[in-house]
Ligand binder design. Sequence first.
Ligand code: 5GP
Ligand code: ZN
Length: 113
Amino acid sequence: MDCLFCKIIKGQIPSSKVYEDDMVYAFKDINPMAPVHVLIVPKMHLSGMSDITAENSAVVAHIFEVASKLAKELGISENGYRVVSNCGADAGQTVFHLHFHLLGGKKLNVEMC
Ligand code: 5GP
Ligand code: ZN
């Protein structure tokens, strides 16, 4: 399958790894929108939020555990941060492998959309 993030997970395309375990991979966004901008992705290929089901949602719960842990480790937990997943055309999703943006390190825009 020709998926950019699957290739990053397999190490076929280089990335700045922040965290990895058996279920998830986290790496710095190539075009950061904030001082801390990490992408957290499941190792299993899901195309986006719409692919989440009762059968695979444990990985999403795990991603949020990892997000909380990384926010603490990266020093943004105290001041605050945002976790975002864009789904589909209206949200501007550009990579069709489920991913969560972890954003922080500055005062983020209050308007979310
Ligand atoms: P989306 O727009 O789908 O929500 O987010 C995709 C994100 O992937 C964007 O923030 C974009 O900067 C990031 N991205 C795209 N290609 C690469 C890449 O090759 N490496 C890394 N580290 N990030 C990428
Ligand atoms: Zn993929």
